[in-house]
Ligand binder design. Structure first.
Ligand SMILES: [Cu+2]
Length: 145
């Protein structure tokens, strides 16, 4: 209860001060099959001031983190980032198969096409002010682009 009130107050403070304008567009999540416990979420992030994405959460996953894909010796690897920086006026496109994505781990149930996954993203600016952006990400079926 206390946590929710604190978050609501924080959101209010942020929206009134309008410090940073961060937008999250075209979010989507890759669908999963029975027994699969992790998947990726993809979206476009843009900000008019320098911010960092420091946390992601979702009710469908025990843990969400920002991952970066890198190729080393022809092997695709993923590593988790402590935060994802967005320069002022920049745009970061999270795409399947390269760059960054949000990893959803410890899925409560298989994600099926037609479902919508709520994602909560927390950004912090250079003054330490936080901004929370909530989006509804549709689930795209496995195998579809
Ligand atoms: Cu990953």
């Amino acid at each position: 209860m206390g946590g929710c009130a604190a978050l609501a107050a924080l959101w209010l403070a942020c929206s009134q001060a309008a410090i940073a304008h961060v937008t999250v567009s075209n979010p989507w999540v890759r669908g999963t099959i029975e027994g699969q416990t992790a998947t990726g979420a993809y979206m476009t992030l843009a900000s008019d001031t320098a911010v960092r994405l420091i946390a992601v959460s979702s009710p469908v996953a025990a843990r969400c983190s920002v991952h970066e894909m890198t190729m080393s010796a022809n092997v695709m690897r993923m590593r988790s980032l402590d935060s994802l920086p967005l320069a002022a006026g920049s745009r970061v496109q999270m795409r399947e198969g390269s760059g960054e994505h949000v990893m959803l781990e410890g899925l409560a149930h298989p994600l099926q096409a037609g479902e919508t996954v709520p994602l909560k993203l927390t950004f912090i600016d250079s003054q330490g002010k936080q901004q929370i952006v909530q989006v509804q990400a549709p689930v795209h079926p496995l195998g579809a682009p």
